[in-house]
Design a binder for this molecule. Structure first.
Ligand code: CA
Length: 733
């Protein structure tokens, strides 16, 4: 026996010692994992403690035991406590990082995982799926853990109901800090899922309370409750893009939760589906999301719905919720030919909807006769909801209300019983998770590092970039900067100038944004004339491999010229399994380019995956472009994402899209785009604007657009907004 006996347990230094210690474990024993890095550690045990003599597996010291490489922990049995481990620098080789079962026949019962950290423990492939935590069995507790930076496909934490012994489980998930979960750009980015549609009519009886969810924005559902009798109470959802969704299952209680949006885009609240749901005394503030990401969304159902679609909302009660400064309440949301069953036998009582800045907060998509409205209060400016053209006056009262703010949370002075009960502290980043691990910063910070001056010449830029750190700024003077090698961008970099330098390059690309990289270009002129004479060159390309990190590309005051040594020379070339958080083109000139400017169409499987969330184009000029200025593509009918989102304004397009190799057959294509605002644009002698509207309710607004000598725009659907869109000398195809 190689294990060292310590006063209070067995200290083990490696996996073999752990295995030996497990062999002779009995109730009341403690295994202590020695400080240090445990690489590729697969720690598995099945054991049975007792209620009054637990089996403990814990770190020698908090924050000093790191599981790295391909590590995981699987526990089965009963009365086991796992405590104090940190997973980082790697990813699980199995289906999850911490599993509450060793294998199919050995789930956990009455076990606890506490004060563990999982920090950016992701596989390199964005769409290789895994879960971080899988909870099976009954009466387990997952508490005071910190989970941050899940970036690949797969739920962060799942409660499984596969076997009888997994149901009516009374699990408690509490005091956890669910940190940043960036937009996945696909379904499968939920932070919490309880059950699946298959077992959704079984009782799970899981309690989720006192947790802090921070920017959990992986997809539409922050939480997907897919079983019966779950309770969600006293949680904070801070700046999360998405909603707590009662996706399947009945008799859910959502009570005393705080949804704080701070007016960030796409922030949402609570989405109600199914029957006998109770939503009461919640606080919702500054939520701007619309459609399925509204602050309060009551869905339409499918008549005789199969398990995996949408059951009608019946016998549900929404009361005493306080909504302050929230932009969208959506009733009968998702109403369409399939989802044709509006809510019935339900009530909305004593809620406050207060928004002095926005009048049209309510949107009603079908018949709301089936909701009994009583004693709801709205601000004086707000419009009452309308039902089939008739204003619903009963059940709403316009009122001037006053609020007192305590620690940023508002309380209504006139109706103190609306909203959550006052508490000293709501769940936040300090009273959840662990105290001994630093909170991770989730922003991409441009311009936070040092300024490095770079002189013109051959490869001076490449050499300077090798010396940079995250956030650094390279300042260029006037002159020619020639690169004979491509420049890899591995972190956040700004390259800028006020002296209008020229950049030339030889290789198939100038900048390669690799995983973890983000790039700002400012005040530069980039020529393609020195490039090797091959087709398919690009000024900027993403990694050719999967990128687990989302990137940003910001281009301001730049000119891209003469990218035409051969055909299909693009400004940006993206690859499959890469995802941009945002791409900005502001005050730029694109001229004489044989390929596309932005061709974001590499996800062609039509499963709802796409390449970029936000595209912003303003004050720019596109002239003599063989391909498209923009092709924004999202295929499939999946409804779990919000993007792509486009803002395009004050720009001109001349002779765009005419190259015979332009398979897009258009100057600008928006396909499956969810939100597009196009304003003050001039198209001349260009191919068409092509719209393909699919999925839910895409919002497309076209305003003040002139087409001169262009093809007629096309759309598969007329459901878009158009004002002052003019065609002159329209060309026939
Ligand atoms: Ca989902």
């Amino acid at each position: 026996m190689s294990c060292v006996k310590v006063t209070d347990g067995k200290l083990v230094k490696n996996v073999d010692e752990f295995k030996n210690a497990v062999k002779e474990i009995s109730p009341g024993d403690k295994i202590i994992l020695a400080n240090g890095i445990w690489k590729d550690a697969e720690l598995e045990l099945v054991a049975n403690g007792k209620e009054d003599s637990l089996i403990m597996i814990e770190a020698e010291e908090n924050g000093k035991v790191f599981l790295e490489g391909q590590s995981h922990v699987k526990i089965g049995g009963s009365y086991i406590v796992l405590k104090g481990l940190v997973f980082r620098n790697g990813h699980t080789s199995s289906s999850c990082v911490i599993s509450f079962r060793k294998n199919k026949t050995t789930p956990c019962n009455s076990c606890r995982v506490t004060e563990c950290v999982i920090d950016n423990y992701n596989p390199p492939e964005r769409f290789d799926s895994d879960y971080w935590v899988d909870i099976y069995g009954q009466n387990n507790r997952f508490d005071h853990n910190y989970l941050v930076g899940k970036r690949n496909r797969g739920v962060t934490l799942a409660v499984r109901l596969k076997n009888d012994g997994d149901r009516e489980n009374n699990h408690r998930i509490d005091h956890n800090y669910f940190g940043y979960r960036p937009t996945l750009g696909s379904n499968g980015g939920e932070t919490l899922r309880i059950g699946t549609s298959h077992y959704s009519l079984s009782n799970s009886n899981t309690i989720v309370e006192d947790n802090y969810f921070e920017r959990c924005s992986g997809e539409l559902e922050i939480i997907s409750s897919k079983s019966c009798q779950n309770i969600f109470r006293n949680n904070t959802f801070y700046e999360c893009q998405g909603t707590l969704t009662m996706r399947h299952g009945n008799e859910t209680l959502v009570e005393n939760n705080y949804f704080i949006g701070n007016r960030l885009p796409n922030t949402g609240g609570i989405r109600v589906i199914n029957k006998t749901q109770t939503v009461k005394n919640n606080y919702l503030q500054g939520l701007t999301g619309t459609r399925f990401r509204g602050s309060l969304v009551v869905m339409n159902g499918v008549p005789d719905s199969p398990l995996n679609r949408y059951f009608q909302v019946t016998d549900s009660d929404i009361s005493h919720n306080l909504l302050v400064d929230c932009d969208h309440v959506q009733l009968c949301a998702g109403s369409d030919a399939e989802r044709s069953a509006p809510p019935v036998n339900s009530t909305m009582t004593s809620n406050i909807f207060y928004n002095e800045e926005k009048d049209d907060v309510f949107t009603v998509y079908d018949d709301i006769e089936g909701i009994d409205f009583r004693n709801n209060y709205i601000s004086n400016n707000m419009l009452l909801p309308t039902n089939k053209g008739r204003v619903v006056t009963e059940g709403f009262e316009k009122k001037n209300l006053t609020f007192t703010s305590v620690n940023g949370i508002k309380k209504c002075n006139e109706y103190a019983s609306v909203g959550p009960e006052s508490r000293k502290e709501i769940p936040n980043e300090t009273n959840t998770g662990v105290a001994w691990y630093p909170n991770k910063d989730y922003h991409i910070h441009f311009n936070t590092g040092k300024i490095i001056t770079v002189r013109p010449g051959d490869n001076t830029l490449l050499e300077a970039i090798r010396e940079t750190k995250d956030g650094d700024i390279l300042e260029l003077s006037s002159g020619i900067y020639h690169q004979s090698k491509a420049i890899n961008i591995n972190h956040t970099i700004t390259i800028k100038s006020t002296d209008n330098p020229t950049l030339t390059f030889e290789r198939p690309s100038l900048f390669n944004i690799e995983n973890g990289g983000s790039l700002t270009l400012e005040g530069l002129t980039i020529h393609g004339t020195e490039c090797d004479d091959y087709s398919g060159n690009a000024v900027i390309r993403t990694s050719q491999y999967s990128m687990i990190n989302n990137y940003k590309l910001m281009i301001r005051d730049c000119t891209f010229k003469d990218l035409d040594v051969n055909h299909s020379f693009n400004v940006l070339k993206v690859y499959k399994n890469t995802f941009a958080d945002s791409i900005l083109l502001a005050n730029c000139i694109f001229e004489n380019i044989s390929g596309h400017v932005l061709n974001m169409d590499k996800e062609i499987d039509d499963t709802g995956i796409y390449n970029v969330e936000n595209v912003i184009i303003s004050d720019s000029k596109f002239k003599d472009i063989g391909g498209s200025a923009l092709n924004l593509y999202r295929g499939g009918r999946d409804e779990s994402t919000f993007g792509p989102i486009l803002k395009m304004s004050d720009s001109q397009f001349e002779n765009v899209g005419h190259d015979k190799r332009n398979k897009n057959d258009a100057a600008v294509v928006l396909s499956g785009v969810q939100l597009a605002e196009m304003e003050n644009l001039k198209f001349k002698d260009s191919r068409k604007l092509k719209l393909h509207l699919i999925v839910g309710d895409p919002v497309i607004k076209l305003k003040d657009i002139d087409f001169d000598d262009c093809e007629m725009m096309t759309s598969n659907d007329n459901d878009y907004q158009k004002s002052n869109v003019n065609f002159k000398n329209t060309k026939k195809l």
